[in-house]
Design a protein around this ligand. Structure first.
Ligand SMILES: NC(=O)c1ccc[n+]([C@@H]2O[C@H](COP(=O)([O-])OP(=O)(O)OC[C@H]3O[C@@H](n4cnc5c(N)ncnc54)[C@H](O)[C@@H]3O)[C@@H](O)[C@H]2O)c1
Length: 362
């Protein structure tokens, strides 16, 4: 099994993850988070970089800071319990930081699933929950299988299948299954690519492949700038045509409507609001944890025996690309485009911090 190469722009500066976490902790401390929350938010963002998802990495920090400035997210919040019937709990995230609120919600889901065998936790009105796989991994570490439906109440960025303009957002979906040494984790946006990957492409000055984007007139394009040059904007397409679209609708219904956070209705929020429905359950109370381990091993052996389409690549299971990326990036640093570093430095400077990231030895 080999790691899929992770493309990096030619001018990327490789920054050690620990340096980015320390930098981010200072940044979030400067906007009012206590030391633990600041470090937790920074570490979660940098973990997304480590796992190869720069779209959800530390490059989002300026957006988070801007949301604090505009009172669209607040440090130090806890979720409010809206209803609690044991195995079913409804929470309101009170627009706290997604890492803080998400952790509290998932830890409650874990506790209830361990007590009852299964749990359903609806979480409404939370700032960006980041890489949703982090929540699946947290459940898996507790020995639980979990399923997460998420809707995004920010601006619409994604066209419905068969439509020509943006009506919903990138609505991620995640399923995680515990497994030693690492869980299997399906975690992706229901758009053809995550929105942040278009921002990264703009920062790297590259076109995207065909079949992902529409311009503001509804025409196919490969230019990621159609989403970032101001109104009128283009749209991302759903992944796999009607299949991604149908799953996105379910994220609207289960993640948005059922949690109380709301499905898209054309009233757009100017920050990243996430709503998430989590289903967590104990595999030991179904066929049994050892049966699951055995089945995973059998399945993995069977599928990996398929002749590889590309002799340099093996067959991967969900979650493995992220582990492979982390192994590479933990050794060699995280490749950060200079434009992203400049934006991070400008953000820090605006808060009176002068710990500069940009530079060949950063
Ligand atoms: N919080 C939000 O509002 C929000 C919105 C959209 C996306 N996101 C996050 O963005 C991140 C990136 O999403 P994306 O759509 O770009 O992900 P992606 O298209 O890179 O897909 C990633 C998923 O596919 C699996 N995968 C990749 N290659 C594979 C292979 N060869 N074999 C088997 N499995 C493979 C990975 O393990 C992972 O589960 C995710 O973490 C998602 O949660 C968050």
């Amino acid at each position: 099994m080999t790691a899929a190469p992770i493309a990096a722009p030619a001018d990327a500066v490789r920054v050690p993850p620990s340096r980015l976490v320390a930098w981010g902790a200072r940044l979030f401390g400067a906007v009012g988070c206590d030391a633990a929350e600041a470090r937790n938010i920074a570490a979660a963002l940098v973990d997304a970089n480590r796992y190869g998802h720069d779209s959800h990495g530390i490059g989002l920090a300026p957006q988070y800071v801007e949301s604090v400035r505009r009172a669209l997210v607040a440090p130090g919040r806890s979720p409010r319990v809206v209803s609690d019937t044991g195995a079913l709990v409804a929470l309101d995230g009170q627009m706290g930081f997604g890492r803080t609120i998400g952790e509290a919600a998932i830890d409650l889901a874990i506790a209830r699933a361990l007590a009852h065998g299964c749990a359903v936790v609806g979480l409404a009105n939370t700032h960006h929950l980041g890489r949703i796989g982090q929540w699946g991994e947290r459940c898996a570490e507790a020995g639980l299988v979990s399923i997460h439906f998420v809707n995004v109440r920010s601006r619409a960025w994604v066209a419905p299948h068969g439509g020509l303009d943006a009506r919903v957002s990138t609505n991620p979906f995640c399923v995680a299954v515990p497994h030693a040494p690492h869980p299997l984790v399906l975690d992706y946006a229901t758009s053809a690519i995550a929105l942040g990957k278009t921002r990264v492409a703009v920062d790297e000055g590259r076109e995207l492949e065909p079949g992902l984007l529409l311009d503001a007139q509804g025409r196919p394009t490969t230019d990621p700038g159609v989403l970032w040059r101001g109104a009128p904007t283009g749209a991302l397409l759903p992944f796999a045509q009607h299949k991604g679209w149908a799953l996105s609708v379910m994220c609207e219904l289960l993640g948005g409507a059922l949690t109380g956070g709301g499905a898209q209705d054309g009233r757009f929020n100017d920050t990243i609001v996430n709503n998430m429905l989590t289903l967590a359950f104990d595999p030991a109370r179904l066929a049994g944890a050892s049966t699951l381990e055995r089945e995973i091993a059998t399945l993995a052996g069977w599928v990996r025996a398929s002749p590889p389409a590309d002799p340099g690549e093996g067959i991967l299971l969900p979650g493995e690309p992220e582990r492979l990326a982390a192994a590479v990036r933990d050794r060699g640093g995280i490749p950060m485009p200079r434009r992203t570093l400049a934006a991070l430095d400008a953000c820090a400077a605006s808060l009176g911090l002068h710990d500069v990231l940009e530079g060949p030895t950063a």
